[in-house]
Design a protein around this ligand. Structure first.
Ligand SMILES: [Zn+2]
Length: 355
């Protein structure tokens, strides 16, 4: 137990917090600071230990009482200090006595920021190469080079492009460490104006990307080192293009062959008709013969996808489905009755029913 450490402040809680609040604060911080989440980050490692120490004292009634007495959090009436007294006390203390005055000031300022902002993404508050980390570390070590983050972006292509391959222009927005403040976010104590204090800048780049023939839905094309810029001369991340093939809801595919189902009216099916059907390059006209049955298939030769090498195209296969209009009028119903009287037709007569 170190009476010079403010365990309440470390956990970001008031001196009159109950066990539930202590547990909650500890869990949230431990999750953020865990070494598994921040590998190699010495600052987080130190904080993680400190948070653990604070928790072990405050969760134990005996230890907490002892600590509170040492810190003056228990007043002479024996009751626990209020939030106000705790606040008043904590402003007089420094959390890290072994540091220089300048470092302490910096550290405490960061510490405040940390607790105020711990809902924010932790990595944004303490980027790996930030000055905060350096000022807290025992030695001013040069931050190691770090690989930039990968970028994953979706690219939508048509079915024909997927089959034949294509070249697409891809616009990517990638980030790099600010060249002016070198990611430190401040210059001589004031916010860097080059990156607006973000520590990084964004830039657009247009790339011409060759998408190979016969690319599949959901496949990834990797462009090595076209991702976000590396930090401290580390290599760039990679760019991944996630392929999305725009599907026309009507079509299914099997190699170069295209399949779709086309609804027709009972009249068209009975008398035959010339109808427009969707094809991969727009609409085409097609004749259906008289007495077309529902489910009948028609092949449109050479209307499928072209082969990437020979240019020879597959076929389109159309399956006809007879669709009846809804909300039949009285007149229409009369005519159907007429039709029924004219021809005794039982399409189920070949089916054998029991009983
Ligand atoms: Zn900057």
């Amino acid at each position: 137990m170190n009476k010079d450490k403010d365990y309440y402040k470390i956990l970001g809680i008031a001196a009159d917090s109950d066990k539930k609040e202590i547990k909650k604060a500890y869990r949230q911080l431990a999750r953020k600071l865990h070494p598994d989440i921040n590998p190699g980050n010495k600052f987080c490692e130190e904080k993680f230990k400190e948070v653990g120490e604070a928790y072990s004292i405050l969760i134990d009634d005996k230890k907490r009482l002892q600590y509170d007495i040492l810190r003056g959090f228990i007043n002479n009436t024996g009751s626990r200090a209020t939030k106000q007294t705790q606040k008043a006390y904590s402003t007089q203390t420094t959390s890290v006595p072994q540091k220089t005055k300048k470092e302490n000031k910096k550290f405490n300022a960061n510490f405040e920021f940390f607790f105020k902002g711990f809902k924010t993404e932790f990595s944004k508050i303490f980027p790996q190469n930030s000055t905060e980390k350096k000022s807290y570390g025992e030695k001013q070590k040069k931050a190691p080079p770090q690989k930039g983050e990968d970028i994953i972006t979706e690219i939508s292509i048509t079915i024909t492009e997927a089959q034949n391959g294509t070249i697409r222009k891809v616009n990517i927005l990638r980030t790099e460490t600010c060249v002016k403040c070198k990611g430190k976010r401040t210059i001589n104590g004031s916010s860097c104006n080059n990156c607006s204090g973000k520590g990084e800048t964004s830039s657009y780049k247009q790339l011409s990307v060759k998408i190979p023939a016969k690319v599949k839905e959901g496949s990834k094309i990797r462009l090595i080192r076209e991702g976000n810029k590396g930090i401290n001369s580390g290599e760039n991340g990679d760019l991944y293009l996630l392929i999305h093939i725009i599907q026309n809801s009507c079509f299914t595919f099997d190699g170069l062959h295209v399949f779709c189902e086309i609804p027709v009216t009972p009249t068209e099916a009975a008398l035959g008709a010339e109808i427009q059907v969707p094809a991969i390059n727009g609409f085409i006209n097609m004749k259906i013969p008289a007495e077309t049955r529902s489910g009948q298939k028609f092949k449109l030769s050479g209307e499928g996808l072209p082969d990437a090498h020979s240019g020879k195209r597959g076929d389109q296969v159309i399956t006809v489905r007879i669709e009846l209009p809804s909300n039949l009028t009285e007149k229409e119903k009369e005519l159907y009755k007429e039709l029924a009287k004219m021809r005794k037709f039982n399409p189920r007569e070949h089916l054998i029913f029991e009983k």
